[in-house]
Design a protein around this ligand. Structure first.
Ligand code: NCD
Length: 307
């Protein structure tokens, strides 16, 4: 069987096209498994995984945990609010203490960019990045591209626009890397104040006009405005943001062509996307969530095979 070229999943940046394709093939197998009456396989029966969440999460945490349980791994969970980090312990001390309990893999979400990479260099466990600050969120990008593949038959040649708060989004950066590796064309759309300074150096066209961006695209991946990461005012008001960049039924009627709508969640209903659109058949938001479990099973399974 083929193997991944990496020992950890730190970012999409470090994967090659074969890795991504292998993850997709494996996910398709697991998607079939989780739709059976008995949704469980014994593949990771000897593997112990710690989920370390130093930043809040609903979907990602539940999705990883479910993926681990479907693979029969032993799972321990730990979140920052209840930990000794509050007492001043360093990240490496915390993790080494957990590893002395014979943990094989660590799935970590952390507010600092590079935290997962740092950990992979200092502790003896397989590391999966579940989001490091505004840097990368590789499993989200994998499940997003996989969902496009499932809906449209391929990612190659598709035109994908990522709309919204690109500046604060790890989902945006990981999606850009994944989509480019898979041969999609990528643009970003949003207010100039929410664009990272050097985004064009990634070969990305920035479009500030939403209608033009949607007219061009096959897929719109709509991102949440990350109010909690903002330490300044990036646009005049929510109402103004919605008027210019909100995806509403009216906007979709105006462009008058099929467009697949995605959102990684959590949704700010009525801000970046209207409820009507989020709940419509055009939106594949809940397919993304379903595919997320299969993708995470694939990632954990393939990384465990490298140990
Ligand atoms: C994203 C995240 O945490 O980066 N959500 C997710 O993982 N499903 C995006 C967000 O918080 O808006």
């Amino acid at each position: 069987m083929s193997k991944l070229s990496v020992d950890h999943l730190l970012g999409i940046k470090y994967l090659n096209l074969e890795d991504i394709k292998l993850i997709f093939e494996t996910a398709t197998h697991f998607k079939e498994v989780i739709n059976r009456p008995i949704k469980k396989v014994p593949s990771l029966r000897d593997v112990t995984i710690a989920n370390l969440f130093f930043e809040n999460s609903t979907r990602t945490k539940l999705s990883f945990e479910l993926a681990q349980k479907r693979l029969s791994a032993d799972v321990i969970n730990f979140s920052a609010s209840s930990s000794s980090l509050k007492k001043g312990e360093t990240l490496i001390d915390t993790v080494n203490n957990i590893l002395s309990m014979k943990v094989d893999m660590v799935v970590m979400r952390h507010p600092s960019p590079g935290a997962a990479m740092f950990l992979s260099k200092h502790v003896d466990a397989t590391i999966v990045n579940a989001g490091d600050g505004a840097h990368e969120h590789p499993t989200q990008a994998l499940l997003d591209s996989y969902s496009i593949d499932q809906r449209l038959g391929s990612v190659e040649g598709k035109k994908v626009v990522i709309v919204g708060d690109i500046l604060h989004s790890r989902v945006a950066l990981s999606n850009i890397f994944a989509l480019q590796k898979l041969g999609a064309e990528v643009r970003v759309c949003g207010p100039k104040t929410l664009m990272p300074k050097h985004i064009e150096s990634l070969g990305i066209i920035v479009e500030t006009d939403l209608r033009k961006a949607l007219d061009w695209a096959d897929v719109a991946n709509v991102l949440r405005v990350q109010f909690e990461r903002m330490n300044a005012s990036y646009f005049p008001s929510n109402r103004e943001y919605t008027m210019q960049y909100g995806i509403t039924q009216k906007v979709l009627e105006d462009i008058n062509k099929p467009l697949v709508i995605m959102h990684p969640g959590p949704i700010n209903r009525g801000v970046e996307i209207s409820s009507e659109v989020a709940d419509s058949d055009q939106a594949i938001i809940l397919d993304q969530v379903e595919n997320g479990v299969a993708i995470r099973m694939a990632v954990l399974y393939l990384l465990a095979a490298k140990r």
